[in-house]
Design a protein around this ligand. Structure first.
Ligand code: ATP
Ligand code: MG
Length: 483
């Protein structure tokens, strides 16, 4: 059962040793108070008389002291308990012994009231003093934390600036000077609009509107900043509202300069693009050479073998059979080389585009592996540049190669979905699946380059890749591209 909090405070008071000590002092004071009545005037009253004090006044002061003391150390409860007991000690004498009982009762009650009033005043003084000390400590802590924040703000590696709702900069740190090339004084006179291009102003406006409306904003986001020398810095930004009394008064931005990183990424992308282009050129050249030279040579060879077989009458049965075998071998080699040439550079892709090339690829894998590969198309077909279609074809080709090499699937599907803002291509199978690693790039360490190659191509296209697979539950490789 929950204990009444007030009752437990009274109980706690009575458990205090210092209160009991005060009560003992009260009892000691009471002894001389009744001594006279017991025919023992004693030294106590002589002492008061020697100090020139009236006996009654001296006694009242003596009774007041413990009440005020208890009030001071234990609050109003202490004063009430002590004053009631003091009253209890004084009243019998006032009523039964005193020559002027009415005056004595009045004086005893006055001690009770004055004691309580005094102790209450002391208690409230003490409370106020504690409150003041606490306030000072809080103010000091606030100042210290403000100091820490200021230090963090000014020495932060990231550029941080704050502007009001009109865009006027009201605070900025040292990294902001470095990022923009403006000095602190110049920055404080700037409006953020002057640091942004037209497009970026639009983006910044959108972010601010959303934040003010309490809507979700994808953070961090990327933006250009125009520096003092007119060059552009690429920054990654996080923006938050600055509130005062719960009302928005400005925005705080934390920006990291990623110009160098972007440049390196662009260089890497350019390098990859060049490598991919060179690789495709090489494939095209080999494919054409196989088609124009090797296959033609094999055709001529097969025709000659035919001619020998039909023209030469001197050949016996055995020679004819051997010639027939040779012609068949030449045909097989021709088919193999033709497939290799097609694989290297599918003619359908150059002539008809991505979807017919995917149909051709599906038929090839079906013939070759026995897996039932289907192509599903949804939405209105959209054509991409030759280079993009080639990259997409290579992605599907590699994914299908994995299906027939690793999945043991009986069925696979290539789904192409043309949406309004994006195109999605998924290659899924009903095979044995596998544990997809957290980072696909890690596969390259064990010499597995296929999925990593798919990922690189997808990145070149500015899209994203998801690989979903579970042992025993098939695999699905999905790529999404901006339209
Ligand atoms: N459709 C799939 N079904 C089952 N396992 C798959 C499938 N696709 C990929 N895997 C697994 O993922 C691994 C990585 O595939 P990845 O294409 O990167 O390498 P690889 O095919 O082994 O070698 P490479 O493609 O370089 O010749 C494969 O070794 C295989 O274990
Ligand atoms: Mg592979």
């Amino acid at each position: 059962m929950a204990q009444n909090p007030s009752r437990s405070q009274w109980a706690a008071l009575l458990r205090r040793l210092d209160i009991w000590f005060i009560l003992i002092v009260l009892a000691l004071i009471t002894i001389p108070h009744y001594a006279e009545a017991m025919q023992h005037p004693g030294f106590f009253l002589d002492f008061a008389a020697r100090l020139g004090l009236d006996r009654h006044a001296f006694e009242r002061i003596l009774y007041l002291a413990p009440i005020v003391w208890a009030g001071f150390i234990a609050g109003w409860r202490g004063a009430v308990v002590t004053s009631i007991i003091a009253l209890g000690c004084m009243l019998p004498r006032a009523i039964f012994i005193s020559a002027h009982p009415r005056d004595a009762i009045f004086e005893a009650s006055a001690v009770f009231i004055i004691g309580n009033v005094l102790s209450l005043s002391f208690a409230s003084l003490r409370k106020e003093r504690q409150y003041r000390l606490k306030l000072e400590a809080t103010q000091y802590e606030l100042m210290a934390s403000e100091e820490r924040y200021r230090e963090l703000f000014s020495s932060a590696f990231d550029a941080i600036w704050v502007h009001d709702l009109n865009g006027d900069v009201i605070a900025a740190n040292r990294a902001s000077e470095k990022l923009t090339g403006y000095g602190m004084e110049e920055l404080m006179q700037k409006n953020v609009k002057s640091l942004l291009s037209e497009d970026d102003r639009h983006l910044a406006g959108q972010v601010r509107r959303k934040l003010l409306a309490g809507e979700f904003v994808q953070q961090p986001y990327e933006q250009h900043l125009i520096k003092k020398d007119g060059s552009e810095a690429f920054v990654q930004l996080s923006t938050s509202l600055v509130l005062s009394d719960g009302k928005p008064v400005g925005f705080q931005h934390i920006a990291r300069d990623i110009t160098e990183q972007k440049r390196m990424q662009d260089n890497l992308r350019f390098y990859l693009q060049q490598v991919t282009r060179a690789q495709e050129e090489e494939r095209k050249r080999i494919s054409r050479e196989l088609h124009d030279d090797t296959i033609q040579a094999l055709v001529v060879l097969a025709r000659r073998l035919d001619a020998i077989a039909t023209d030469s009458k001197a050949l016996d049965e055995d020679d004819h059979r051997r010639l027939e075998e040779l012609r068949e071998q030449a045909n097989n080699i021709m088919q193999g080389v033709r497939r290799l040439s097609q694989d290297l550079r599918p003619a359908a892709l150059d002539r008809l585009g991505l979807l017919p090339a995917l149909e051709w690829l599906a038929a090839e894998v079906r013939d070759f592996s026995g897996i039932d590969v289907n192509v599903n198309v949804a939405g209105k077909e959209r054509r991409f540049s030759e280079e993009v279609e080639l990259l997409l074809f290579r992605i599907v080709q590699e994914a299908l190669r994995n299906v027939w090499r690793h999945s043991q699937a009986s069925e696979a599907t290539i789904s192409v979905e043309f949406g309004d803002n994006q195109t999605q291509i998924a290659i899924s199978d009903d095979g044995k699946g596998f544990d997809v690693p957290q980072t696909i790039g890690d596969l390259t360490r064990t010499g597995k380059l296929g999925l990593a190659g798919i990922q690189e191509r997808v990145q070149l296209l500015g899209g994203n890749l998801t690989a979903q697979s579970q042992p025993g539950k098939g695999t699905s490789i999905t790529i999404k591209l901006p339209a």
